[in-house]
Design a protein around this ligand. Sequence first.
Ligand code: NAD
Ligand code: APR
Length: 262
Amino acid sequence: EGVLPHRAAQLLRDARRVVVFTGAGISAESGVPTFRDDLSGLWARFDAQRLATAEAFHTDPDLVWGWYEWRRTRVLRAEPNSGHLAIATIEARAPSTTVITQNVDDLHERAGTRAAIHLHGSLFTPRCVAAAGHPATLPDPPDGDVARPHEGGRIPPPRCASCGLLVRPGVVWFGEALPEAALTAAVEAAAASDVLLTVGTSGVVYPAAEIPRIAARSGAAVIQVNPEPTPLDRVSAVNLRGPAAQVLPALVAAAWKETDKT
Ligand code: NAD
Ligand code: APR
């Protein structure tokens, strides 16, 4: 990983309001597959554009619920990695930090981040399909391996205890609007930030991908952590080309090394 650009560490240390914006890549080193990586891309294998839609759930609820239960068991068996932990350290060190994620896993929370803004919902907040969206409790995770969709993995979703309709994953599907309150809070935090650290996102899915661009337009310095180039290169003041679990701990150590010595 070489010597971290001094500039990124200085920007982070001197920032008053930090936003950390994460995508699937922050959880890749925890073994949770990303969506668009060639090798491990979740979409590549399951044609998730088809599965992650309200229409697919309506047509075949057991297939879609089974897919999300497969993802939930993967997350339950995963551990937060040193990238998630470094973000929790930033929250402890910077005067103000807002963590915004596109991920539906709970690894930020398990690493100590208390109030991550989930723009695309979460695997752990299922609700019923009624307009009221009654909150539902998750069944105990299936023990043993959940087969994947293309291996015939199908699990009938539970029924809502309040109204008897089907329970669906609490995830924002393709074509669905993002939760209003989450998006508003994310836009406000980005517009007020001095530094926005974007980690592990391909920056191609809107409106989430707007967040780093809003920060840049408001004068914030954007620092990107991603082993690959992305469209966000153009708005980044510093590009740290590497995996988050290596780059973030080094960045945090470099930013606050003097406080470590005291
Ligand atoms: P989409 O193509 O439906 O676009 C989402 C919304 O963003 C649309 O209203 C679109 O008009 C708007 N938009 C497009 N370009 C924009 C721009 N430049 N600035 C502002 N807004 C813009 O999105 P999608 O790919 O169909 O997915 C919808 C949402 O569901 C996305 O946020 C996606 O990330 C999310 N999703 C989540 C999962 C999951 O499993 N977590 C899976 C699939 C999709
Ligand atoms: N460290 C940092 N970045 C990584 C790592 C890593 N170890 N491994 C992969 N990446 C990067 C990839 O280079 C890629 O740019 O993470 C990014 C993953 O991109 P996507 O798979 O597109 O995930 P994401 O950007 O979160 O997708 C956005 O689209 O499918 C919808 O709602 C879904 O939230 C998702 C949204």
